[in-house]
Design a protein around this ligand. Sequence first.
Ligand SMILES: Cc1ncc(COP(=O)(O)O)c(C=O)c1O
Length: 395
Amino acid sequence: MPGPGAFWFGKEETDAVIEVIRSGYLFRYGSENDPSFLHKTATLEREFARYSNAGYALATSSGTASLLVSLLAAGLEPGDEIIVPAYTFVASYSSAIFAGLVPVLAEIDESLTLDPVDIESRITPRTRAIMPVHMLGNPCNMDAVMKIAEKHGLLVIEDACQSAGASYKGKKAGTIGNIGAFSLNIFKTINSGDGGIVITSDKDLYERAFAIHDQGHKPMRFGVEVGSRNILGLNFRMNELTAAVSLAQLQKIDRIISTLREKREKFKKLISPAKGFRFRRLNDPDGDCATLCSVIFDTREQAARVAGSLGSKTVDQSGWHVYSNMEHVLSHLKKIGQPHTRGAYPRTDDILGRTINISVGVVDGGLGSGWGININSTDDQIEAAAEQFIAACEN
Ligand SMILES: Cc1ncc(COP(=O)(O)O)c(C=O)c1O
């Protein structure tokens, strides 16, 4: 049960799936005159765009597909450099690599997202874009990122895969840069097993993204078009079953986030008297999804000791979200001369070695958040977890 949406699967999702199965029509395209065509995918796109206050939304098969489609739609070309944080999921790098780009890694700060100060020092004449990743439900410092992007004429592709429902200073994640990518996999705020969404308010970008996600087609085709396609695409389409579940989850997103915020606030208050750590900085405390509670200890030793006694891990030990743990990406980065081994990003290493991710809504060992509470935890369970944490800090 890794993500909060998964904890809240219920009658709404079941009914939506049965409705589509009974219709007998699972493809995203169909005729409006055909009563069996329920256009769930098109409805999801319309609803997600409305929810995000974005001009357009495009449903895809995954967050990775959303990122790849976004990068290609943005017109980035092989050899172009894109600045990405040294702490993110492997797909931020692999999508850039599959688009032929050079991922240039940059340090994070104590918000566990891109450090704007470090971004500028990574810019070269080949830099074309920045990929801020709104890690663990918390938006990046987008004012600073956008200022740098404007100053240097760079595109901004937001990896909002972990942040459906988050916002930054009143704007939904994914709407601040040129284009934003979301994931609907099981670990995310809302999920349909696997799935993704791209949002943008730029019509050209949307049309290009649509074509790339579906063999060069124009948006919302009804049949097989003949001719007039000038963009090479692949197939990253979402089907009606996935869209039906995603739509049911989207109806719950605000309630999921407000419940998580309430539970995290309780937990934070209870553990605040313990010594030796501070909470991760939130770039916009009012816009954070509250899927996790990350604590940064003063020393690596204490972080490792506390994590060990909770049966958890410090973030640097937690798998594919840390640049130096991605063995398959490492050999590629080595080939293209990008620093990649542990020690290459000392500030990131230092912060992640002192950090523990505590689950609030995303219970995921791969994110280092195997221990904590969840969206259904009762007050008693939250108190018990807080007591356990405080005792671990005092040992
Ligand atoms: C930051 C980030 N980017 C991209 C992805 C890729 O999403 P998906 O698994 O849906 O392909 C993930 C998924 O974990 C992610 O956390």
